[in-house]
Design a protein around this ligand. Sequence first.
Ligand code: PGA
Length: 258
Amino acid sequence: MIIKESSEQASELVAHWIGKAIEQNPSAVLGLATGKTPLRVYEKLVQRHEAGELNFKKVKSFNLDEYVGIGPEHPNSYAHYMRSHLFAKTNFKEENTFIPDGLTQDIVKECRSYEKKIAKEGPIDLQLLGIGRDGHIGFNEPGSSLRSRTRLKTLTKETREDNAVHFSESSRIPIHVMTMGLGTIMEAKQIILMAFGKDKAQAVSLCVEGPVSAFVPASILQFHNNVKIVIDKEASSLLKNREYYEWVYAQKPDWQMP
Ligand code: PGA
């Protein structure tokens, strides 16, 4: 648990770790997230690439999820998001970036084939996650099987409202998505979950301190052996053990520091 003063500082740290993973393994396989939360991280990775410090030539990436019914050219598709915030601004090779095809005619086949690609290219070395107000990771909404694989999901009303702001008309936000499952996510070697702002405080506290339950899908991370949760002060406000987490971080021996 790492609680930073601001989302800016938290993003700096996460960008640093991603950079380190790529320096240590230029062919690293990243699991990438979309949404508001990782935006600053991507900006920082782009800056480091422009400064000649980061090379994405051999890096592979798998995105968590995609809306059903919109294609890569649609400004709200996650394929478009990834191109505009990261891929087109760095030297990622298109053939190394994977994301479910929102326009597929056969969703079951597309999801199975996505799993096969992850199995072939993976395991994912480092999986980046945000968290929804309802505790989702990827688009695994409450009730998702804790062992689920990539599949079709139906968004909750809350998630559709949260994400509708990115669409020109709220009615246009898709109802269905394809998302990596919780079982898929749990196979990543290392996971970094980020959460910023008071709206995420309850989801963070249930994820970290609540019981493991399909009702709070992010709580499955309690079973993973290499997870970093990087949050800002606001997102930490409901944690019962907050002082302890801050104390632990402050006491970390040098060799454990980022
Ligand atoms: P956000 O979404 O980063 O836009 O808040 C996070 C999520 O829904 O997982």
